[in-house]
Ligand binder design. Structure first.
Ligand code: GLN
Length: 203
C-alpha cells in the first residue's frame, strides 16, 4: 500500500519536500489542520524558522494534536528547523519557543556560526551511502543546527566529514523519528526521502 505522508505546511519549503516524497513513491497531503494530521501515516516537518513554526503550531491549533500523534509513534522526519522542532532540548532559542520533544537529542540552533549562513559538503549517511557502489550524499546546510548530544537509543547517521565543524552530528534516528540538519529536498537526491518513505511503510 502506498503510504500517505503529510508535509507540515505552515511555513518553509513545503513544495520541495512534496516533490521529493512523490518521487519516492508516497502520496502526499499538506497538513495545516488537525483533520489532515489525523489522516497521515507519517509527517515531514520542513526547514524554515523554528521559532515561527512554533508560534504557527499554536495559531493553527496543531501543537497538542501533533505532540499526541508523535507520542503514539507517528513516523516523522524533520529537516533543519524541523529537526529543531522534534528535539527534546534546544540551545540558543527564544525562551517562549515550544518544541515537540519527540527525539532525545540536544540541538544547537544556527550552530555553524553567523559567518556560515550556508555551506555544502559531501557526507556518508548510515543505511544509504554504505551500500557498496553508492555515491556520498551532497548536504546543503542553511543556518543549520547541529546535534550537540544524543540520548540512549538515538542512532547517529551522519557527521560533518572535515573542516572546522568536523565530527559534528547532522543526522539522527530514534525509532520512527528521523532528522537531518541539512536540506536533502533541494539537491534532487531523493535518497533521504526514500529512506523515510521506507520507514513509514515498515511502521
Ligand atoms: N535557523 C533556522 C531556525 O532556527 C533553521 C534554518 C532552516 O531551517 N534552514 O529555525
Amino acid at each position: 500500500m502506498t503510504p500517505l505522508i503529510g508535509v507540515l505546511a505552515l511555513q518553509g519549503d513545503v513544495r520541495e519536500h512534496t516533490e521529493a516524497l512523490v518521487a519516492s513513491g508516497a502520496d502526499v497531503l499538506p497538513v495545516r489542520r488537525e483533520a489532515e494530521l489525523d489522516r497521515v501515516d507519517g509527517l515531514v516537518i520542513p526547514g524554515g524558522e523554528s521559532t515561527t513554526m512554533s508560534r504557527l503550531l499554536g495559531v493553527f491549533d496543531l501543537y497538542d494534536p501533533l505532540v499526541g500523534r508523535l507520542r503514539d509513534g507517528l513516523p516523522a522526519y524533520g529537516s533543519c528547523a524541523g529537526m529543531i522542532m522534534l528535539a527534546s532540548t534546544i540551545l540558543d532559542t527564544r525562551p517562549d519557543a515550544r518544541h515537540l520533544d519527540a527525539l532525545d537529542v540536544t540541538v544547537r540552533r544556527n550552530a555553524f556560526g553567523r559567518q556560515v549562513e550556508s555551506f555544502e559538503t559531501d557526507l556518508d549517511f548510515v543505511g544509504i551511502t554504505d551500500v557498496p557502489g553508492t555515491d556520498p550524499m551532497r548536504a546543503v546546510f542553511i543556518r543549520a543546527p547541529w546535534v550537540e548530544s544524543v540520548g540512549q537509543g538515538v542512532d547517529v547517521l551522519a557527521t560533518v566529514p572535515d573542516g572546522p565543524a568536523a565530527g559534528r552530528v547532522v543526522a539522527v534516528r530514534q525509532q520512527n523519528v528521523l532528522a537531518t540538519s541539512f536540506h536533502p529536498e533541494v539537491t534532487g537526491d531523493h535518497r533521504v526521502h526514500r529512506f523515510f518513505v521506507d520507514m513509514v511503510a515498515e511502521a
